[in-house]
Design a protein around this ligand. Structure first.
Ligand SMILES: Cc1cc2nc3c(=O)[nH]c(=O)nc-3n(C[C@H](O)[C@H](O)[C@H](O)COP(=O)(O)OP(=O)(O)OC[C@H]3O[C@@H](n4cnc5c(N)ncnc54)[C@H](O)[C@@H]3O)c2cc1C
Length: 408
């Protein structure tokens, strides 16, 4: 019987496993995950789960895997792949043969440079266990220092303020959210955090982070220090490529796949946070995304292509972040935009449309309370996918419906 093995039991792997069955695959599916839990959603870890201390929000309950005939091994790592023999060696000593293999090994937090050994009060946030430990340390009045003004650091700052902790956020670059978020949007986010009592220090040069029995400290290059009860480092993630690299697969800022999610080795695919892929909408530019919807979509696409569909990646990148009552959404890739147009939406919300030198819409980013920007960002996404060259004046005019531009 044909056997498909999926390594990495996260969002992407779970979506792929179920999609294989939905698309009629009747062979064996072996799904292997290093974590002790069944696949769970990571976005709540810096939002609701941190506030309410939820159990992990599972992508699917155990019974559904069972009903679909998907064998899930949790708490077991794949340690090596032999692409010639088509065998995976597992941490429990087993050798697992495969006909086709899907790697959905995700990413892990980038460690702070020079920090070695296990620290109790200098942590990162990627797993349910990390969220539990951070929540336990965030009592009202405790001081949390966050290193890094990216999405995870900022969402954590918002949650920590709601839990009553004092929060100082330290960013090395001149502003927060400098990777992929326009300055106008980042300024709204920064102002909101300041209004909620978060202290933000940009352009900070950190020499080291230290932990002793008294607490933790951030030591700066100008010899000043910041003392805290807990430090959380949120300076990005690195893809889990070691397994693929050691098996001789091509690596390029992630496991390098083609437009069908095929790696450089026969019968091995990769998808989700761990892989980089070429995207036709952006002249074949190679991207690696760390985004929930991408993990879902690529899991489904990988399943189709494992079964021989030969479908190319066409999805427009999309990301959202919730902080306080604000939701920020970004569709597309704004780098290389020649023109940006602002459109006001209800309740102080706004959207920035980014056009390339030829006038093609390449990205849209919006911020506002609740769902205010969701519908327009969705329409923008459709315009990006369709390769539309909208009239900038029409984009900026709230009275002109985006739907009409899409239809045109
Ligand atoms: C705190 C947090 C908040 C987030 N919030 C948002 C958000 O608001 N919006 C958004 O769009 N995205 C968000 N994301 C990103 C989103 O959750 C990820 O893009 C998504 O989880 C990626 O799924 P994945 O399956 O590719 O990888 P992962 O979720 O990383 O899963 C990979 C799994 O593979 C396992 N694994 C790795 N190597 C091996 C091995 N050798 N053997 C066995 N198992 C292995 C790992 O342990 C892990 O369980 C957030 C992420 C985090 C961490």
């Amino acid at each position: 019987m044909t056997q498909i093995v999926i390594i990495g039991a996260g969002e992407c792997g779970a979506r792929a496993a179920f999609a294989l069955r939905e698309k009629g695959f009747a062979g064996k599916i072996m799904f292997i995950g290093a974590e002790d839990h069944l696949p769970y959603e990571r976005p709540p870890l810096s939002k609701d789960a941190l506030l309410q201390g939820h159990a992990p929000k599972l992508v699917s309950e155990a019974e559904r895997y069972e009903a679909a005939g998907i064998t899930v091994l949790t708490g077991i790592s794949a340690e090596s792949i032999d692409p010639a023999a088509k065998v995976v060696r597992l941490s429990d000593g087993r050798s697992q043969p495969y006909d086709q293999l899907l790697l959905t090994t995700g990413a892990r937090p980038r460690p702070f440079p020079g920090l070695s050994g296990a620290c109790q009060r200098i942590r990162t946030l990627r797993t349910h266990g990390d969220a539990v430990a951070i929540r336990a340390a965030l009592q009202p009045g405790r001081h949390l220092a966050i290193i890094g003004g990216g999405f995870i650091g900022l969402e954590l700052a918002a949650a920590a303020r709601k839990l009553g902790a004092r929060v100082t956020l330290v960013e090395g670059l001149p502003r927060i959210l400098s990777r992929g978020v326009p300055e106008e949007l980042a300024a709204v986010v920064a102002e909101r955090h300041k209004a909620e009592g978060v202290e933000i220090h940009c352009g900070a040069k950190i020499r080291s982070l230290q932990e002793d029995s008294e607490g933790v400290s951030v030591l700066f290059e100008d010899d000043s220090t910041l003392d805290a009860d807990l430090i959380v480092v949120g300076i990005g993630a690195i893809p889990n490529v070691e397994l693929a690299r050691d098996a001789g697969l091509a690596i390029d800022n992630g496991i390098a796949v083609d437009t069908h999610l095929r790696t450089s080795a026969p019968d091995i695919f990769a998808a989700g946070d761990c892989c980089s892929f070429p995207l036709a909408h952006y002249a074949g530019r190679r991207l690696r995304l760390e985004a929930w919807r991408n993990a879902q979509e690529q899991g489904q696409l990988a399943a189709a292509n494992l079964l021989g569909a030969g479908e190319a990646i066409t999805a427009v990148p999309w990301f959202w972040s919730d902080q306080y009552d604000l939701t920020l959404q970004i569709a597309g890739i704004a780098d290389g935009a020649a023109q940006t147009v602002r459109r006001e939406v209800a309740d102080g919300a706004f959207i920035l449309f980014h056009l390339d030198a030829g006038g093609r819409l390449i990205a849209a980013s919006g911020i506002g309370p609740g769902n205010t920007v969701a519908r327009d960002i969705r329409l923008a996404e459709m315009m990006i996918a369709a390769g539309i060259h909208p009239d900038p004046a029409a984009l900026a005019a709230p009275a002109i419906k985006l739907k009409t531009l899409l239809a045109a």
